[in-house]
Design a binder for this molecule. Structure first.
Ligand code: HEC
Ligand code: HEC
Length: 299
């Protein structure tokens, strides 16, 4: 005999739908963020180096900011990015974090200065950003106050960055190239989105934007005023004569083909990429060996 559905069956139906993930609000398709991958991304991107003073680093108080960054545009200090609610990111949402990394804007909608290399980090995929955020917010909160930037006023006025971004910044996640294989694309992603090699190895225009036509061709005055070698495949002025093995020795232990060890900013980069998987280092090498040669003598 036909029996109409009784009213009290609806809550049960609702519960069933929630469990089945049909209702909005239940995470259908979006996997839970993976903080372990977030920690890996943190290493590949070198966040600790810029966001930690030398002293705090020795004491294991990571990401509490205050590191002095001397640039051709003046002196800047990195902020505290631990989950401290007063001095760090304790009150931020995941959306605030993604907006900062993808679009270079703070929760009030103001522009970040490009000394925070969001020009590269904008290319990080949504998944890696969410994983990174899950890792950051699970770290210990450290209550170190931020230090105001010391650069001349003109280089710390946030509204001037709007027009700068229109010329020098393109927001958007990395898109793999269909005409290249998975290894090359992984290398391109690590180099351009995470390890931001070009932020040092590509020279800048007078506005401080990267000169894309000189990609990886080196600069006489790097971020801290030091010369930055040409790392394109040019045989005379770049690394065109380096073997895969030479590059692997540099990226895994910091040693140059002449037996010297790299210093400056590159020593920190090596410290990070030497901790990546061997496959990821191989991908970086595969990719950088395809960067077109540009003749540009630095030293
Ligand atoms: C080259 C140095 C450098 C690196 C590398 C770097 N940052 Fe920063 N970051 C800065 C500076 C400097 C600022 C401040 C920018 C400003 O005042 O506009 C900043 C700002 C930020 C902010 C905004 C904080 C706030 O209080 O508004 C976040 C979030 C952040 N960085 C996260 C990261 C993460 C995550 C990484 C690694 C993926 C990273 N940064 C790597 C230098 C760096
Ligand atoms: C913070 C700035 C900075 C970043 C980021 C950076 N480098 Fe370097 N790199 C340097 C400096 C400075 C040197 C020269 C170091 C020395 O000789 O002591 C260097 C040296 C090198 C060399 C050796 C070149 C030669 O002729 O001796 C290679 C290869 C290289 N970098 C590749 C990379 C790659 C690949 C990345 C990204 C994974 C990267 N660098 C990221 C600053 C940087």
């Amino acid at each position: 005999m036909y029996r109409p559905l009784k009213f009290h069956t609806f809550p049960i139906l609702g519960l069933f739908l929630i469990l089945a993930g049909v209702f909005p609000g239940s995470p259908v398709g979006a996997a839970d963020p993976d903080p372990k991958n977030g920690a890996y991304i943190l290493t590949a991107a070198g966040c600790v180096g810029c966001h930690t003073t030398k002293k705090n680093r020795e004491e294991g108080r990571l990401l509490s900011g205050g590191r002095m960054l001397k640039t051709p545009f003046g002196v800047f200090y990195s902020p505290n990015i631990t989950p401290d609610p007063e001095h760090g990111l304790g009150k931020w949402t995941e959306a605030n974090f993604i907006e900062a990394m993808r679009n270079g804007k703070n929760p009030d909608g103001e522009h970040y200065l490009p000394v925070f290399p969001y020009t590269s980090f904008t290319k990080i995929t949504d998944k890696d950003m969410r994983d990174l955020w899950a890792h950051l917010k699970a770290r210990p909160a450290l209550a170190d106050a931020n230090i105001p930037h010391g650069a001349p006023l003109i280089f710390r006025m946030r509204f001037t960055i709007g027009p700068w971004k229109m010329i020098n910044f393109k927001a958007g996640a990395f898109e793999p190239r269909q005409d290249q294989n998975a290894e090359w694309n992984r290398g391109a992603y690590l180099v351009n989105a995470l390890s931001h090699c070009g932020e040092c190895h590509t020279p800048r225009n007078l506005m401080g934007g990267l000169k894309s036509t000189m990609y990886h061709a080196g600069a006489k005055d790097g971020p801290e005023g030091e010369p930055i070698p040409n790392v394109t495949m040019d045989k005379a002025t770049g690394i065109g004569e380096w073997s895969v093995n030479d590059l692997d020795t540099l990226f895994s232990m910091g040693m140059l083909p002449d037996g010297d060890f790299v210093g400056g900013g590159m020593a920190e980069v090596v410290e990070n990429i030497s901790k990546l998987t061997a496959d990821d280092r191989k991908a970086i090498i595969t990719y950088i060996r395809t960067v077109p040669a540009i003749n540009n003598k630095i030293k």
